[in-house]
Design a protein around this ligand. Structure first.
Ligand SMILES: Cc1cc2nc3c(=O)[nH]c(=O)nc-3n(C[C@H](O)[C@H](O)[C@H](O)COP(=O)(O)O)c2cc1C
Length: 359
């Protein structure tokens, strides 16, 4: 699939998920295979242009994190244009405009899916961004419309194509639906019918390779974007790529391989952020990884109280040792195993926030 001048190695995209699909996680998903394009979290033009710390963390990328779209939100044309130029100078292969975020903080400032409410204004805004960038394609990610009475995605996508947008991603829900209900394939299909040449990427509720195939079959979309399902199974792109090409889903990664993904993710966080962030992230991220590691109750409980990289390594090592015994049929799931690092010991040492380390 091509997006403007950018040739992608496939048609599977990793969603932007604010607070989750950062550089550290993107590298893990990319290493599993099958990710043709990934995207930053939504970036505030003002923060990017001032190069404030938080925006620079969100915009961080590296050689292996390629190709990358950087996503901008807002409604101030001149700041968006400047930020789009900043993005192309700082590693973006594509600049994406967020037209789908339903969060009040964003829509109250006329950004995100508020852009679906006045499409003439949105077209004027987007045209300026398309003209402002020098060499990267501009894309848009949208929902179907604000609510059922205002479905605008087909018309908006067609007119965006006319002003030079290179692809659109459509999350098949309205803003009003937030994440409720089921994704509407017919709504995405209407966008596919409305555009002439540009790829339409279907998004929403893809939890398996079969779901991806169904999305493509029912909508005619050129590619799919997967978000939440990748947080617990970063290998879903590898599986989907194989399934779409051959009909075969590879066997799932082993427990050891899944633990190695967690280690890579944790140590990426230390490398690109710091140990404190890695520890805090993994206390919450463990519940996502745990979905595909059952039985793993002790792993979940122990990871939620880690305080350092040593704790992290001890918890993973103990889990692997216990799982080897369990999988060999030599033990049942214990309430407390002697091999297991004591969660009490870790929580006793626990400070309100883990101690910061030098970045
Ligand atoms: C916590 C959270 C944060 C999100 N952040 C963004 C974002 O920064 N930019 C964006 O375009 N979409 C964002 N989304 C929407 C996702 O990219 C995607 O459209 C949505 O989750 C549906 O896809 P899925 O069912 O595969 O997760 C976010 C979704 C969630 C749940």
């Amino acid at each position: 699939m091509n997006i403007g001048s950018v040739k992608l190695a496939g048609n599977l995209l990793l969603s932007p998920i604010a607070g989750y699909c950062d550089l550290s996680f993107r590298l893990v998903a990319r290493a599993c295979g099958g990710v043709a394009l990934a995207c930053t979290d939504l970036l505030c033009p003002e923060g990017v242009l001032r190069e404030n710390k938080r925006s620079m963390e969100l915009a961080a990328t590296c050689e292996n994190d390629s190709p990358l779209a950087m996503q901008l939100y807002g409604s101030d044309a001149s700041r968006l244009c400047e930020a789009a130029r900043w993005a192309e100078d700082h590693g973006a292969a594509i600049v994406d405009i967020n037209m789908g975020c339903p969060v009040d903080k964003i829509t109250k400032r006329d950004g995100g899916s508020a852009l679906l409410c006045d499409i003439n204004r949105t077209l004027r805004l987007t045209e300026q961004i398309v003209r402002a960038v020098r060499h990267v394609p501009v894309t848009a990610k949208m929902r179907l419309g604000w609510d059922d009475n205002r479905i605008v995605a087909p018309e908006l996508a067609r007119r965006l194509e006319d002003i030079g947008i290179a692809a659109v991603t459509v999350h098949g829900r309205t803003t009003e639906m937030r994440f409720q209900g089921t994704v509407r394939h017919d709504g995405i299909a209407a966008v596919v019918r409305a555009v002439r040449r540009i790829p339409v990427i279907g998004n929403g509720d893809i939890k398996s390779p079969q779901d991806a195939r169904e999305m493509i079959a029912r909508t005619g979309c050129a590619g799919v974007m997967i978000g939440r399902a990748a947080l617990s199974a970063p290998w879903i792109f590898r599986d989907t790529h194989s399934y779409l090409a051959t009909g075969v889903i590879p066997s799932p990664p082993s427990v050891e391989e899944k633990c190695q993904m967690m280690r890579d993710h944790f140590y990426n966080l230390i490398k690109y952020r710091n140990e404190r962030v890695a520890v805090c992230e993994f206390r919450k991220r463990i519940s996502w990884y745990a979905k595909h590691l059952n039985p793993c109750r002790q792993l979940r409980d122990a990871m939620r109280v880690i305080n350092s990289r040593e704790d992290f390594d001890r918890v993973i090592d103990a889990f692997l040792a216990w799982r080897a015994e369990y999988d060999a049929g030599r033990c049942a799931e214990p309430i407390e195993s002697p091999a297991w690092p004591s969660t009490m010991a870790m929580s006793e040492n626990r400070t309100a926030e883990p101690a910061p380390t030098a970045a």
